[in-house]
Write a protein that binds this ligand. Structure first.
Ligand SMILES: Cc1ncc(COP(=O)(O)O)c(C=O)c1O
Length: 390
């Protein structure tokens, strides 16, 4: 979430950059572990993780080593050239997910993965309508933007959406399912809504949508771009909920800093794919695939999902302090509900050396820290919050 213009300071070197992001009032010059080092010599504890990207923190030696090794070996080849590293990354991701979604297509960003998922939804069903949840956020491309709640009024920009979209309740299972019909090609859901403020969609809603999609022959898509790859406290939020979609998208933590995203497909969906149904230049490149393999390896071998759950529980039990009245979300995608505007609390935390995010909900401070967070970092957050006016 961008800072408010009240927080903006003159951008130090942005004269040639498009001014489409309000700027936070500090410049990062280096980072290690969970710490950012700023141009003015401060050390800032990173509870934002670069929009949930820096899942392993900064400078993880095995991440760096995987990138360097692959860059020296072969830095790029197209998807039309078979490569072991691409096969290995896909196999590793499928096994990590454990959802029976056995086919992977690698692309580059969250929006691009969603764009492909939606396109397959329309192509395979021959229908004209998508269903999305209120308050969901799916990206800035034409299709992903069309299913993003409020985008058309705020920033969509295209003269029309490429298909019909119906938004349904995120909290009422019957109302959500009632919006899905024989006209529906696909239903796209963030199982833990990120930008909305770390809102965990009730399992009953996910189950109702799964049942209704099966009844009418629509395809269920989970957008786990922000909540996936361990962040929710499970490999995917689908695992937590016990609900398996037909397609699942992942990004952000998947590369932990390297741009890569993936579309995971069920066997019935994958079996209907034809040559040229999807395409990409950079997607599935060997650098990205070596990173995916390394990231999953690190998450598993360092038991980071268990750490996500531990730190999540610690935040829930120790950070209801100062202006915070409740904690929502899952794993390390958490929303601190604040009595006062979240932007004020964010600014006050930053003054105490802690960088947290905000959300579309003006009373939520959003936490998306690295999975390597430790108890002293949570204690620092709790202590800083306790110093703030309620
Ligand atoms: C849930 C979700 N879906 C999709 C996207 C879009 O990802 P990207 O910015 O990589 O295109 C985001 C980005 O914040 C997201 O949080």
């Amino acid at each position: 979430m961008a800072p408010s213009s009240a927080q903006a300071a003159p951008a130090p070197v942005a004269d040639h950059l498009a001014h489409v992001f309000a700027q936070y009032p500090f410049e990062v010059v280096s980072a290690d572990g969970v710490w950012l080092h700023t141009r003015d010599g401060r050390r800032v504890l990173d509870y934002y993780g670069g929009h949930a990207v820096a899942a392993l923190g900064y400078g993880h030696p095995r991440w760096l080593e995987a990138l360097e090794r692959q860059a020296r070996e072969v830095l790029f080849q197209t998807n039309a050239i078979p490569m072991q590293i691409r096969e290995r990354a896909a196999a590793r991701l499928v096994a990590f997910a454990g959802l029976g979604l056995d086919t992977v297509f690698f692309v580059n960003s969250g929006a691009e993965a969603n764009e492909n998922a939606l396109r397959l939804g329309f192509k395979l069903t021959g229908r004209r309508e998508a269903v999305a949840l209120e308050h969901g956020w799916h990206g800035r491309t034409a299709a992903a933007g069309a299913v993003t709640y409020g985008a058309r009024e705020k920033w969509y920009g295209f003269p029309q959406t490429p298909f019909d979209v119906r938004f349904v309740s995120r909290s009422d299972p019957a109302a959500a399912a009632a919006g899905v019909s024989e006209r529906t090609a696909c239903v796209i859901v963030e199982p833990v809504q990120g930008l909305a403020g770390a809102y965990e969609v009730p399992v009953a809603v996910l189950e109702a949508l799964r049942r209704r999609c099966d009844e009418v022959g629509a395809l269920l898509i989970f957008d786990e771009v922000q909540c996936g790859v361990g962040r929710s406290g499970a490999p995917f939020a689908a695992n937590r909920a016990g609900v398996t979609p037909d397609m699942l998208t992942a990004a952000k933590a998947l590369g932990a800093g390297f741009p890569v995203s993936a579309l995971l497909l069920s066997t019935p969906v994958a079996s209907r794919l034809r040559i040229e149904d999807m395409g990409t230049t950079f997607g599935g490149g060997p650098l990205a695939c070596a990173i995916v393999e390394a990231v999953i390896d690190i998450i598993e071998s360092e038991a980071l999902i268990a750490n996500v759950e531990r730190m999540s529980a610690l935040i829930r039990s120790t950070c209801i302090a100062g202006p915070v009245t409740a904690v929502q979300g899952a794993g390390l995608l958490l929303g601190l509900r604040t009595t006062r505007p979240a932007k004020d609390v964010q600014r006050e935390l930053l003054a105490r050396g802690i960088f947290a995010g905000t959300a579309a909900d003006p009373h939520i401070v959003r936490l998306l820290p690295p999975f390597t967070l430790e108890a002293p970092h949570v204690a620092a957050l709790g202590a800083a919050l306790a110093e703030l006016p309620a």
